[in-house]
Ligand binder design. Structure first.
Ligand code: AP5
Ligand code: ZN
Length: 207
């Protein structure tokens, strides 16, 4: 399958993608993860993106569109299908996908009210060794994962999440409007397993 997963910051996109990847064997393409890796490795892409990401702003469309275009053309995506997480985030990005002839079988939008997202951001921890996403309260790491190893993202502050939320709300309707015929709205406030069951049902119905 070819699936786009969208939603506000900390709405659970990455968490659901971990489960979806396992279920469908598709390639998980998270533009946030790709950009964070580029910043960490000090690549030219990372240098270009860092300031925007640190402020919680979107990186310019031209920068991110090129990256996604290249990844989607790679052989593994062609063979296994893909899961786009965090892209497209603007109408220009959606139009760029369309002009490449890329059409998803489902556009899944995770709905979570803003008030809940701040708590998710503040409690989120990721494990750089495995890439897994945890939450100190809702999805605590297992005992064998030492807490010192876990990372709290630098854009996961109450202040920056407000900037990220504004960017999301500014563009969300225009992007979702490009995928009206394959739009699946999911209640993202339920437990992660329940959210997953709903998404899985919608994807299986769309295949
Ligand atoms: P990106 O990495 O995409 O960040 P984001 O959209 O803000 O989304 P997050 O990764 O914060 O959240 P998520 O929805 O994946 O939630 P998660 O599953 O981790 O982008 C980062 C930055 O990169 C952007 O600000 C921008 O600068 C740049 N960028 C990226 N893509 C771009 C693009 N296309 N164009 C321009 N710029 C771009 O879950 C969050 C927490 O909640 C976790 O702790 C988790 O354990 C917990 N949780 C998950 N599900 C549940 C549940 N059901 N119940 C309770 N807790 C839950
Ligand atoms: Zn994410």
């Amino acid at each position: 399958p070819k699936i786009i997963i969208a939603g506000a910051p900390a709405s659970g996109k990455g968490t659901q993608c971990e489960l979806l990847k396992e279920r469908y064997g598709v390639v998980h393409l998270s533009t946030g993860d790709i950009l964070r890796a580029a910043v960490r490795d000090g690549t030219p892409l990372g240098a270009e993106a860092k300031g925007f990401m640190d402020r919680g702003e979107l990186v310019p469309d031209t920068v991110i569109i090129g990256v996604v275009k290249e990844r989607l053309a790679a052989q593994d995506c062609q063979e296994k299908g893909w899961l786009l997480d965090g892209f497209p985030r603007t109408k220009a990005q959606a139009q760029a996908l369309e002009s490449l002839g890329v059409a998803p079988s489902a556009f899944v939008l995770l709905n979570v009210p803003d008030e809940l997202l701040v708590e998710r951001v503040v409690g989120r921890r990721t494990d750089p060794a495995t890439g897994k996403i945890y939450h100190l309260k809702y999805s605590p790491p297992p005992p064998e994962v030492p807490e010192e190893r876990l990372v709290h993202r630098s854009d996961d502050t109450e202040e920056k999440v407000q900037v990220r939320l504004r960017a999301f709300h500014e563009h969300c309707d225009a992007v979702a409007g490009c995928y009206k015929d394959v739009l699946v709205q999911v209640d993202g406030t339920a437990k992660k397993e329940a959210v997953f069951a709903e998404i899985k049902g919608a994807i299986d119905a769309a295949l």
